[in-house]
Design a protein around this ligand. Structure first.
Ligand code: PLP
Length: 424
């Protein structure tokens, strides 16, 4: 065991990890482009984009320049009662990329806080208007983060069982699977017409952590139409789907109906800095104005609008504003389509699905399929041996590499997956 790994085991507690049974972590000592390098000089294609965050590859020179220049200008300052150019630039540019009613940006540090703040804004919006509306409608299988509010509207189950008695009540809609949609929409209408609901929260079009489950734009548009009909605030959690993943900049760009709030993080800073944004309208913002301090959103974080993170997010937008990035994204969408066709040859491969740059499928197993399934470990280790870092979710294998991946590198990922399938 290397020195790095033994010291890691002495002092580090990793996320989502049962340390009693987990193998040694990968000791990554360098990251460049789509590649990660371990202590022994082996390289791996970062085929899940470092937990879905990396958009343009590691160590991108444009991002590096922005980060270094910002450090020499302002590293960090208080954001209550003060402001700085990169926060203002980012807020203005993000609003420019969203539908017109998005005019106000609240900064935090990650996806969970971006969601938590949207929930708090929705509850306090009604509170400030003197209306008692505190319930949320969410969807089964959703993941919105690991803070208490975000867990309260996410899928209940073994991931958060110890805390469940402390969650607030949420109503859940079944996941739309093509045949149950009318029933779901009828139930949504019955619930939302009650007048008790502050908001509806969804991962638009793709549920990430549930295993890249996808549903139709038509369904989402119908659901949000019902919410809007009964004045229920709509929150799109685009923490995963934002920044090119679905083939457009945001998932909502596929939809007719737009939400009242959007939560952004993950791809926001090109996968380089911790930053979250909750973006909403002047209508929501204005409900927090008044003579009384208690009408304000009394929420904040020490690192709110960290200038380094804001500068990197602006540089990330520069790259998304380059045509070349969209050529790469469009090419990836096509490679995924071709890959999806090749997957048809395996009769145990089911539910092949694609939304833009995300391709996912399931391996039908005998017995219980679960997050802890053994297949996941076997696949993960097989891919590593092929020089590809790809973490399956249970029996779901999905690829979502950084958008700078070349056709040849993509081919290597595809080859590793096809070779694994031949061993199943
Ligand atoms: C990852 C994720 C979150 C949580 O973001 P963190 O930065 O990990 O706190 C919330 N919602 C969705 C859809 C996510 O994929």
């Amino acid at each position: 065991m290397s020195d790095l790994i033994s010291k890691d085991q002495q002092h580090v507690w990793h996320p989502f990890t049962q340390h009693h049974t987990a193998g040694d972590p990968l000791a990554i000592v360098k990251a460049e482009g789509v590649y990660l390098f371990d202590e022994n000089g082996r390289s791996y294609i970062d085929a899940n984009a470092s937990w879905w965050v990396n958009t343009h590859g590691h160590g991108h020179p444009h991002i590096a320049k922005a980060l270094s220049e910002q450090f020499q200008t302002i590293d960090h300052i208080v954001f209550a009662g003060a402001t700085h150019p990169k926060a203002v630039e980012l807020a203005e540019r993000i609003c420019g990329h969203l539908p017109n009613h998005f005019q106000k940006v609240f900064f935090s540090d990650n996806g969970s806080t971006a969601v938590e703040i949207a929930l708090k804004m929705a509850i306090q919006y009604w509170h400030n208007k003197g209306e008692h509306k505190q319930r949320f409608l969410a969807m089964h299988g959703s993941y919105h983060g690991d803070t208490f509010g975000a867990m309260s509207v996410g899928q209940r189950g073994y991931f958060n069982a110890p805390f469940e008695p402390l969650f607030f009540d949420t109503d859940y809609l079944d996941f739309p699977n093509g045949s149950n949609e009318i029933v779901i929409l009828e139930r949504a209408e019955r619930l939302l017409s009650s007048g008790n609901f502050a908001g509806l929260i969804v991962e638009p079009l793709v549920q990430g952590a549930a295993g890249m489950r996808m549903y139709s734009t038509e369904f989402l548009d119908q659901l949000t139409t019902i919410a809007q009909k009964y004045d229920v605030l709509v929150i799109f959690d685009e923490v995963m789907t934002g920044f090119g993943k679905t083939g457009k900049l945001f998932s909502m760009d596929h939809c007719q109906n737009k939400p009242d709030f959007v939560a952004l993080s993950k791809g926001l800073t090109a996968g380089v800095m911790a930053l979250g944004l909750t973006v909403t309208s002047d209508k929501i913002y204005e409900a927090f104005l008044g003579e009384e301090t208690t009408k304000a959103l009394l929420h904040g974080h020490s690192f709110t609008a960290n200038p380094l993170a804001c500068a990197v997010a602006c540089a990330n937008l520069d790259l998304f504003e380059r045509e070349e990035t969209w050529h790469n994204i469009d090419a990836m969408v096509k490679w995924n389509e071709a890959f999806a066709e090749e997957l048809e040859q395996f009769d145990f491969v089911t539910n092949i699905r694609q939304q833009g740059t995300i391709l996912a499928f399931e391996i039908q197993e005998s017995g219980e399929a679960s997050y802890f399934s053994d297949l996941k470990t076997r696949a993960y280790e097989f891919f590593l041996k092929q020089g590809v870092l790809l973490r399956p979710l249970g029996n779901v294998i999905f690829v979502n590499p950084p958008f700078c991946i070349t056709e040849e590198e993509y081919g290597k990922v595809k080859k590793a997956v096809l070779e694994f399938l031949r061993t199943v």
